[in-house]
Write a protein that binds this ligand. Structure first.
Ligand code: HEC
Length: 499
């Protein structure tokens, strides 16, 4: 056996062990979680169905915030807290544990279980039914309803296809950027390098036919890397029959910026504002130190002209291509993001809004402002998964005041893993006019959030236990379309008002 082959087999074996290790780690993480263990040891004897204290986990003030519960523990149980010698944020971690149990947040593995309600759903402002349009394939990520009633669908590991008006999914569209199948599947999440992400129509699609795709572009050897590396890239093209034509790269970065981190945190969401500028989100790709370095693309939202040129009023634009030819600073619009899995446009103003996943707690809905610093990883409402503060920002020497960051408009703690969302503005659900309809992965919940004067005034769970919601869009018929990911398949459903 040649030496190279031996090394390759060795690496494969090692890779396999890493995958097994990661999978064990993820599947048992919830069981080993320190605040769960602390609750079982110090609290459960009284605070369970059989204990003599209130059953904190199932009843009791369902809408208390993490701060309220933390304070009650500190006030009511100051002796116990002192005696147990909990490390600093453990009391907050206990509060998060209580909230997660009350909301019955499933583990990531269990969040693939799904059920579509058969009966009419009575929500606060509308009754509606849920219709299944079609089951779809593995790893659905995004949809774009077309004016003629068909729907573009992206499955991460398969690519682009079209669902016709009868609900039939067609063959994969030919000629789109290549996608690659997954390297491994751990608890239902894919480790994949080179997948398709978002699909979005140009605001003038009806007259110009442009469709924008964000995908994770992959290279190996041809970009000097011995192993595959990827990075978010935006292309546009047109659909003729079942072919992708006129394809052009609209936004990309130097191949030196590609990384070997799988696409789960790639983000790659697209939106357009009312001036016709396009925006794409790029995840941290597991780097922390680069999110505040303007020359790197990670943890940023980038802004581009619809034809791929760079808008000269971008906040970090230098007036010319920077001396460092690998720099992507010219297109940076905002920075300090963790994983922006949702991006949408306020139809009233053209403002761009984003959802962002926090760590344990601290999911956010943000209004995206030019040049804004969104704080991660120095500032977050969330804690680390080991019940400690997120210390990485300090360790890296990041140094800016909270007042220099743009705080979220909505904080979601505990974290439902927010995904994509829309402002609803159709006549089909008049009482949801301008409300946000927000998907989530782990919580499997479709939220309705009403924001007035920059504050949340209503927050409702419209549907729960749906499966992992990847995308929410409004059809040209005004109905709400929701794309759900299950383990090996997915579903496209729509909400239709009754009565
Ligand atoms: C010896 C029994 C006992 C133990 C152990 C105990 N509690 Fe309690 N706890 C109670 C009782 C009884 C109350 C209700 C007292 C009241 O109504 O003011 C309470 C109240 C609370 C409340 C306030 C409830 C509310 O929302 O008003 C919280 C929160 C709480 N406990 C959390 C904890 C946590 C966390 C632990 C473990 C670190 C813990 N408790 C351990 C008996 C216990």
């Amino acid at each position: 056996m040649g030496k190279v082959v031996k090394i390759a087999l060795g690496l494969l074996g090692f890779g396999g062990m890493v995958v097994l290790g990661v999978s064990w780690y993820l599947e048992t993480r919830d069981q080993r979680e320190p605040s769960r263990l602390a609750f079982l040891e110090h609290c459960a004897s009284c605070h369970s169905a059989s204990g003599n204290g209130p059953d904190l986990l199932t009843q009791y003030h369902a809408d208390d915030s993490a701060d309220e519960i933390t304070n009650r523990i500190l006030v009511r149980h100051s002796d116990l807290v002192a005696q147990a010698q909990f490390p600093e944020p453990m009391v907050k971690a206990l509060a998060l544990y209580v909230m997660e149990q009350r909301q019955a947040l499933p583990s990531i593995t269990n969040s693939h279980a799904h059920a579509i309600p058969k009966d009419v759903v009575e929500s606060q402002r509308h009754a509606f039914k849920v219709e299944l349009i079609t089951e779809v394939g593995k790893g659905p990520y995004s949809i774009a309803p077309l004016p003629d009633g068909r729907i573009l669908l992206v499955e991460k590991v398969r690519g682009l296809s079209v669902i016709d008006t009868a609900g039939e999914q067609g063959d994969l569209v030919e000629g789109t950027p290549r996608v690659w199948s997954e390297i491994a599947q751990v608890g239902g999440s894919f480790a994949v390098l080179g997948s398709m992400l978002d699909v979005q129509l140009h605001p003038d699609y009806a007259s110009n036919g442009w469709i924008y795709l964000a995908h994770s572009d992959r290279c190996q050897l041809d970009c000097g890397s011995p192993w595959p590396v990827t990075m978010v890239r935006v292309v546009r093209g047109r659909l003729v029959g079942n072919r992708w034509i006129d394809s052009e790269v609209i936004w990309s970065v130097d191949k030196d910026q590609y990384t070997v981190v799988p696409d789960a945190v790639a983000s790659g969401r697209l939106a357009f504002d009312h001036q016709g500028f396009g925006y794409v989100t790029v995840g941290g790709k597991s780097t922390y130190d680069n999110l505040h370095v303007m020359d790197t693309p990670y943890g940023k939202i980038h802004r581009f002209n619809d034809n791929g040129s760079v808008p000269e009023d971008n906040p970090f634009w230098l007036g010319e291509q920077p001396g460092d030819s690998t720099s992507s600073r010219n297109t940076v619009w905002t920075y300090g993001h963790r994983t922006v899995q949702g991006l949408t446009t306020d139809p009233r103003t053209g403002e761009i809004w984003a959802t962002e996943m926090g760590p344990r707690g601290g999911d956010e809905i943000n209004l995206i402002r030019r040049g804004g610093n969104y704080g991660w990883p120095l500032y977050t409402e969330g804690l680390d998964y080991n019940a400690e503060y997120i210390s990485i920002g300090k360790e890296l020497g990041l140094d800016f005041e909270f007042s220099e960051t743009i705080p979220p408009v909505v904080d979601f703690t505990p974290a439902p893993s927010l995904s994509n969302f829309i402002f609803h503005n159709s006549d089909q659900f008049p009482n949801w006019q301008n409300d946000l309809l927000v998907g989530s992965l782990r919580a499997q919940t479709l939220f309705r959030v009403r924001i007035e004067a920059g504050r949340v005034v209503e927050k409702e769970r419209l549907l729960t236990r749906l499966g992992r919601i990847r995308d929410v869009e409004m059809g040209y018929d005004g109905f709400v379309y929701v794309l759900i990911e299950h383990n090996q398949t997915g579903s496209l459903i729509r909400l239709v008002p009754t009565g």
